[in-house]
Design a protein around this ligand. Sequence first.
Ligand code: PGA
Length: 252
Amino acid sequence: MRRAIVAGNWKMHGSRAENAQLIEELLARFPAQPPAACVVCPPFVYLQEVGRLLRGSHLSLGGQDVCADAQGAFTGEVSAAMLKDVGCEYVIIGHSERRLLYRESDQLVARKFGAAHARGLVPILCVGEQLADRDAGRTHEVVARQLDVVLELCGAGGLEQGVVAYEPVWAIGTGRNATPDQAQEVHAFIRARIGARDARIAAATRILYGGSVKAGNAAELFAMPDVDGGLVGGASLKADEFLSILAAAGPG
Ligand code: PGA
């Protein structure tokens, strides 16, 4: 059985005061036996403090990005060892905003994935097509390319404990989520692609859906056989919404 994951990507939102309030609200009503692993990914500068607030809880900490290199003269970068050092267990890798706005190549994303894996962080590899790709029938081609670079660099073993997040770019922050069938179709494709290299690892890999997940659509998305939870942006900033999404990961 794959244990589902619900991860909140706070993106560049929050302040010390807002974070403290959000965490307080989450912990006040956090289930004693959460139906899924639950992760929050604040901006780098807040990781340590949010980690302190989470201590002793069932909420885990994750970074939103990581440097591909281990240490050295890389101004502005944060290494996998540093993320571990401040208590991160997870890290988002290759989010479409990083790929598109900061020109991260498939190759760089794969190196980041390898760096995170080597340090014992659970990398959450984001893949997903843009609207023009979907309209042109190129969804599988794009997702396969993004996935294959990682599989080639790190091997299927790199996905041992790893997580993939299918995030169609047209669904991120738009309020327009993929339908459960659309998500399932791509998730099954991703699992089969990994399975062509290693069936055991494919069966164990958690594949999250991301893109306008909210309380109102989470249950139907998570009910699909290859959807093992969600990567949640906007709705992770509201305690009520995020807790409802977490609850939706339970047996329906
Ligand atoms: P969204 O973002 O839930 O606000 O659409 C998801 C993401 O970018 O991970």
